[in-house]
Design a protein around this ligand. Sequence first.
Ligand code: HEC
Ligand code: HEC
Ligand code: HEC
Ligand code: HEC
Length: 467
Amino acid sequence: MLFIKKHILHKTGVHMKLTFKIFALILIFLSPQQFSQVKAGADALGTRKYDEYKTPQFCGSSCHVDFYQQWKQAMMSQAYTHHWDEIEYFELAVPHAEKDEKVAEVKAGCNGCHAPISFLVGDVPPPKPEMKSRANESVSCDVCHTVSGFEGDTPYNFNWISEPGDGKTKYGPRGTGNSPEHKIIKSDFLKSADFCGTCHNEMSPYGIWVKSTHLEWKEGPYSKEGVQCQNCHMTQAEGYTASMGNKYPDAWQHLFHGAHDPGKVKGTIELRIHPDIREVEPGETVKFTVALFNQKTGHKFPTGSVEDRIVWMHVEAVDAKGNIYHLPVNKKGFEGEDYTIGADVLAYQDMGIAKNDPNFKGVQRDGIPIGDRIFRMAYFDPQGRMTIQQWNTASLGVDYRLGPRETKLEHFTFNLPDKVAPGEMKITAVLNYQKLVKPVADFLNVPDDEEEIIKVNEHSTYVTILP
Ligand code: HEC
Ligand code: HEC
Ligand code: HEC
Ligand code: HEC
């Protein structure tokens, strides 16, 4: 608007005085806020005050009791306090950002998604979780319910726009229902996957997509069918959305269950294994094929913090006498395949930057049986070494993850030893998932639950060994 007015002023000199008067009048009637555009993403740093946002306890103690208790159990409420987040931020990211100009922005930037209100207030780095500051609220009710939209075409790097108004404005999916506490503005944006994408897509300072859950979803089958993130992570059920409010047939539950809910992870991939021949003699060869079908995720598996996660398949044969044989996967021969097969190699040397150890040798890359197939995408630092520091990622390796509704086939060739016991031999394929590769978890003293092995699925088949 400012621009148009100026334009008129220049063109029509005769009406200049009059126009100026009108302009001045408009200025008086509009508040200064309406002229200053609300900042988003990195530009929003330090533009707000804490008292513009309500605490989650305030929202949840008497009105939204159920949603509050659901949220408390989800990672959303722990995005800043969770031990692994604390370790990665304070022991790796902050010291690294202070040494390396290229990644300096992450000292503030991590908080844009993990402690958004502290970021908006400019309280960075925020006090450590033990100080119990407002950073501990993590991704709170008011982080999401003050978002009016996002800036640009692609949601990523916290480019949501926060408009808390007078502290009493909430954006919600319905726009119906009255609240004695606050105004409710109907928002279609909140119902969209784009909203989630503002934090679930991340680009590193090197311009690499290091988190792309929303982009994976967008190019997959679910987006085309109109299935949003909310349909799987905020499922709907009959109930109340506030203690004294209306009952709805389809209240959006605040579950946000993902990698930290073993029940969500289990069964994500279905496995079926079969041999190419049922009866064999010692010394002969059997070929097994495993089909892995991703029936549950709306994005790739694993997704999100892909640099941390490891998904691997272990195949073992047990003969009639109980002897166990580990079957390594057959190589397919694609570029970068080495990173998708368990090996005895070192990686993650770039942790040495933050740890003040330039000659840091690294730790074991996988921590799983050698020869097992890994479903992952490797992240590389500027020196081409594999990294778990997504902010220090300058390139990506081959993407060998399981896409939504994708089926991958893996092959195993077993040359039966002469001493194999005659009778029935059972061959089992197990797919395992770990949130953080064990050698890194051990090195950084991350609590055990982060390296817990979750069995995603398993399946067995049989062959008969002839005498
Ligand atoms: C990560 C973002 C996020 C957080 C955190 C969050 N919400 Fe929501 N909330 C949403 C979204 C998205 C919807 C609408 C879902 C849809 O329509 O698809 C919603 C819907 C609601 C609704 C309306 C539900 C309905 O069915 O009409 C209420 C009330 C609500 N949230 C309250 C809360 C409270 C209270 C908290 C904190 C305890 C909270 N929200 C935390 C994103 C969030
Ligand atoms: C303001 C940023 C932000 C927005 C918006 C946001 N998230 Fe998140 N979300 C996070 C962060 C940060 C975490 C990671 C918490 C942790 O583990 O430290 C997370 C974690 C999750 C998890 C749990 C993953 C696990 O490991 O268990 C799920 C599921 C999830 N988000 C879904 C959603 C959905 C669905 C939406 C949209 C309705 C959404 N998020 C919107 C920041 C956000
Ligand atoms: C069709 C259902 C479905 C849809 C749609 C879906 N998800 Fe998921 N999501 C899952 C399942 C199942 C898991 C558990 C397995 C896993 O960890 O990938 C999961 C896991 C996650 C995780 C944890 C991943 C990890 O390894 O830490 C996050 C974060 C997440 N989803 C966010 C989203 C976001 C954001 C969207 C929308 C862009 C979305 N999901 C869409 C089913 C879905
Ligand atoms: C654009 C938003 C965004 C930024 C910026 C961001 N994160 Fe995250 N972070 C997330 C989301 C979303 C998840 C959850 C993904 C998932 O569940 O796989 C997550 C997950 C994590 C996890 C894994 C939690 C777990 O238990 O598995 C750690 C640790 C973490 N972030 C640390 C950081 C650090 C340190 C920085 C800064 C260098 C940072 N994040 C920057 C959005 C972000």
